[in-house]
Structures are given as C-alpha cells and as structure tokens.
Design a protein around this ligand. Structure first.
Ligand SMILES: Nc1nc2c(ncn2[C@@H]2O[C@H](COP(=O)(O)OP(=O)(O)OP(=O)(O)O)[C@@H](O)[C@H]2O)c(=O)[nH]1
Ligand SMILES: [Zn+2]
Length: 217
C-alpha cells in the first residue's frame, strides 16, 4: 500500500507577507488518500474476467498493471509551489490564463471529461506566478469529479490562498460518458463558471471577464 499522500493542503510559508515583501511560496501537496496499486491491479483483472475477457491472452497479460497505474496517475496531482510576488506596481486589471487544458474523471462513470479552463483574477497585494493558474486546475482536476465542483474548488481555493479582489473560472468540457455511451450526444460541451469577490459583485468586471474568455455571459 502506498502511503497516503498527506493531510489537507500543506503550507510551508505564509503566502501573504506584508506589502513589499518578496517572493513567497506555498508548497502544495494534495490531501487525498493514498492508493493501493496491488489491490487496483487485482480488481482490474477481476473486471476483465467479469467482462468475458481472457486474462491469459498475451495482449491482456499486463493490462491490469497498466490500468491500475493509469488511474493512479490520473488521480494524483503533482506537487508544486504556489509562488506569489508583491504587486509593486499596483496592477489593478484582470490577469487571465485562457485555454488551460483540463482532464479529469467523472465520478459517476469513471470516464474522462476533458476540455479547457479560463482562470482569471483581479490582484490585490500579491500577483501569482502565471503557471500556477494551470497547476491549481490540475490540483483539483486529478480526482473523481463533477465539473461544477471542480470549477468552484479552483475559484474558492485561489480566493482563499491569494486573497485577490476577485477570481473567475470558466470550464468548457466534453464528458465521454455523454458522448461515447449513454445518450451519445457527441460534440456536446458543458460550460460551468464560478466567480468570487468583485468578479461576482461588480457587473462591469464580471462582463469584462466573460468578454475576455469569449464565453459571453
Ligand atoms: N452535474 C453533473 N453531472 C454529470 C457530470 N458528469 C457526468 N454527469 C451525469 O451524471 C449522471 C448520472 O446519472 P445516472 O442516471 O445515474 O447514470 P446513467 O444511467 O449512466 O445515465 P445516462 O448517462 O443518462 O445513461 C448522468 O446524467 C451524467 O451525464 C458532471 O460533471 N456534472
Ligand atoms: Zn459520467
């Protein structure tokens, strides 16, 4: 059994030093339970048999190991430092990263949903290392998810850790459980949004965010 990946998100430094403070980093380790690769492998082997497949077929011999490893990878976000810098120039317009790739697994069917995320914030005292917007998406996407929760978790977490004036997140994704099976509505995309602070409360900032993300709400 792999050791659990630790408790809730770990903090190694205060993210919000006094104004004028230098670079600060919050070391982020996902806080979900560990996994048992051997048990996962056995379960996949059982699934193959249950689905009428011959596990001794040379093509399938290594499949339980591969599938178990694939799920472990898809459900484990990478650790990272949430690095911030002082907003020395008092930059007070939106900062927006668009078309961040998102891939996750729907918790109802354990099938992928994938698409893009647009993540923006209105800075206050700190600005964020730009790559971190994509890393925060991954932090919550590598889990069994519903798209609504994923969208809100990214927005709430950034608001909490960065303390900006506002945060906006839009995710557009295709759910394979909706396109490949079931209703088979191929090409349909689901769009969700979550707003915090002035992006939620100030109509002009909100409108600017949706205009910049081309999601026109
Ligand atoms: N709200 C929400 N629903 C999701 C998401 N991903 C998958 N689903 C839906 O979860 C629902 C599960 O419904 P069920 O009726 O229990 O499952 P099902 O019989 O496989 O349903 P069908 O997909 O309609 O065949 C389906 O409507 C899925 O489309 C998501 O991210 N958010
Ligand atoms: Zn699903």
């Amino acid at each position: 059994m792999r050791p659990p990946a630790g408790g809730a998100v770990n903090l190694t430094e205060d993210l919000l030093p006094e104004r004028g403070g230098g670079r600060a980093a919050l070391h982020v380790v996902h806080g979900r339970q560990g996994y048992d690769l051997d048990a996962a492998e056995r379960a996949v082997a059982d699934l193959l048999v249950a689905m009428g497949k011959d596990p001794s077929d040379p093509h399938l011999a290594d499949t339980p190991r591969r599938v178990a490893a694939s799920y472990a990878e898809l459900l484990t976000p990478r650790e990272f430092n949430l690095t911030t810098f002082p907003n020395d120039e008092g930059y007070d317009e939106l900062v927006l990263a668009t078309s961040i790739p998102v891939q996750s697994l729907c918790e109802h069917h354990m099938l992928p949903f994938h698409g893009i995320a647009h993540v923006g914030y209105l800075p206050d005292q700190r600005i964020l290392g730009l790559s971190k917007l994509a890393r925060v998406v991954e932090l919550f996407a590598r889990d069994l998810q519903v798209q609504e929760r994923l969208t809100k978790q990214v927005a709430d977490w950034l608001q909490d850790k960065l303390a900006p004036k506002g945060v906006g997140v839009v995710i557009e994704a295709e759910h394979l459980c909706m396109s490949l099976r079931g209703v088979q509505a191929g090409g349909s995309r689901t769009v969700t949004s979550a707003l915090q602070g002035s992006l939620r409360d100030d109509p002009q900032t909100r409108q600017e965010f949706f205009a910049l993300t081309n999601t026109g709400r």
